[in-house]
Write a protein that binds this ligand. Structure first.
Ligand code: SF4
Ligand code: SF4
Length: 313
C-alpha cells in the first residue's frame, strides 16, 4: 500500500488508516472477536495505523491484535477538559493498549477556538506528555471548519482529523468550500491531515470511487480513516484507494448495505441523547426521532442513552 508522510514532521504511514469505530462496541456491527480478525487481516494487507478513541471502548480489542504488530501506530482521542482528566486518559490508553509511548493522541471533536480554549488545561497536559516522550504527535479531531482553523493555530499541534467528503456532509458550521479552505490553511502550516467520513457516514456509498477520488485530490489531505467491519470491506476499500478494479463478486458482497440509526420502541423520551449528537440529527417528539439525512452514523448518541435504545442497524 502507498505510504505517505503525515504533514511536514509526521511519520510515514499507509494511506489508509483502519477506522476502528466500525469494529467497536459503540457501533455493534460485529463481535469483539470478529472485529479482531478483521483488524488483523487489514494489518496483514499493509494498513499500519489504527484510529480509535476512548469512547469507542475498544482498547482491549486493539491491544490483543497489535501484540504481534509492534510497529503499528495508534491514534486515540479523548474528551478530557482538565489536566487531571487528560492525565487519566493518557494513562488509560498506555495501560490498556500496552504501550509505554503513544503515537498520536487527539482532543476529540473540537468545534472552534472557544472549544479549544475550554480544553486548554488538557492541551497543556498533552504538550507536557509530548515533551516527556509519552506521546509522539498531538492534535484534534473535528466536524467543524472553525475547528480546523483553530487547530491549525494551536501551539504544538501536529495533526488534524477533519470530516471531509465530496458533499460536505456532517460539517457542522459551514460548507465544503469553507472546509477545503481551512484544510488548505492548516496544511500550508505543515500539519498532518487525515480525513474521516469519506463516505459521508454511508450516504455516499452509491459512488464510492467518486468519494475516495475526491479526498485523494484534496492537496492538503495525506490519508483517510476508513471504517471496515469485514474482510471483504478491507479488500474493497484497499482496492478503491489504490485505484484497482473491483471484481463484481467483491462489489456485490460489500454492496454497502444502507444502514440507519434505530430507536428502540422502549425509548423513554428522556432527551438525554439529543445533546450527545454533534450533527443535531436527533429531536424529541415524545420519543427520540432521527433525521436520517443529517445522521452520519457515528454512534456517539448510543452512549448517552441509559436504556440502550439507540443502535446502528
Ligand atoms: S444521531 Fe447518533 S449516530 Fe447519528 S449523527 Fe447523531 S450521534 Fe451520530
Ligand atoms: S436517551 Fe434513550 S431513552 Fe432517552 S430519549 Fe434518547 S433514545 Fe430515548
Amino acid at each position: 500500500m502507498r505510504q505517505v508522510k503525515l504533514g511536514l514532521w509526521g511519520p510515514e504511514i499507509s494511506e489508509v488508516c483502519f477506522g476502528s469505530l466500525a469494529i467497536s462496541p459503540l457501533q455493534g456491527r460485529v463481535t469483539e472477536e470478529e472485529g479482531m480478525l478483521v483488524l488483523k487481516y487489514a494489518l496483514e494487507q499493509g494498513v499500519n495505523w489504527i484510529d480509535t478513541a476512548e469512547i469507542y471502548d475498544n482498547y482491549g480489542q486493539i491491544a490483543s491484535v497489535i501484540k504481534a504488530y509492534p510497529d503499528v501506530r495508534i491514534v486515540s482521542k479523548t474528551y478530557a477538559v482538565s489536566a487531571k482528566e487528560m492525565y487519566v486518559s493518557l494513562e488509560k490508553a498506555r495501560t490498556a493498549l500496552n504501550r509505554d509511548t503513544l503515537d498520536f493522541f487527539l482532543l476529540h471533536e473540537q468545534e472552534s477556538a472557544l472549544t479549544l480554549k475550554g480544553h486548554s488545561e488538557a492541551w497543556e497536559e498533552l504538550l507536557i506528555a509530548k515533551q516527556k516522550g509519552i506521546v509522539r504527535w498531538i492534535g484534534i479531531s473535528t466536524h467543524a471548519v472553525a475547528g480546523v482553523r483553530a487547530g491549525a493555530l494551536q501551539p504544538g499541534l501536529d495533526v488534524i482529523h477533519p470530516i471531509l467528503n465530496y458533499q460536505g456532509l456532517g460539517i457542522i458550521d459551514g460548507n465544503l468550500p469553507d472546509m477545503l479552505e481551512a484544510i488548505s490553511f492548516a496544511s500550508e502550516l505543515g500539519i498532518g491531515i487525515y480525513a474521516m467520513k469519506v463516505f459521508g457516514g454511508g450516504h455516499l456509498t452509491n459512488d464510492p470511487e467518486k468519494a475516495v477520488e475526491f479526498v485523494h485530490r484534496v492537496p492538503g489531505i495525506q490519508a483517510m480513516a476508513l471504517g471496515m467491519s469485514s474482510r471483504e470491506e478491507v479488500d474493497y476499500n484497499l482496492r478503491l484507494v489504490s485505484g484497482q478494479k473491483i471484481p463484481s463478486e467483491l462489489r456485490e458482497k460489500v454492496k454497502h448495505r444502507k444502514r440507519k440509526l434505530y430507536v428502540a420502541d422502549w425509548c423513554q423520551g428522556c432527551g438525554l441523547c439529543i445533546d450527545a449528537c454533534p450533527q443535531g440529527a436527533l429531536q424529541l417528539e415524545k420519543i427520540a426521532v432521527v433525521n436520517d439525512k443529517a445522521c452520519v452514523l457515528c454512534g456517539y448518541c448510543g452512549r448517552a442513552c441509559p436504556h440502550f435504545c439507540l443502535k446502528i442497524v
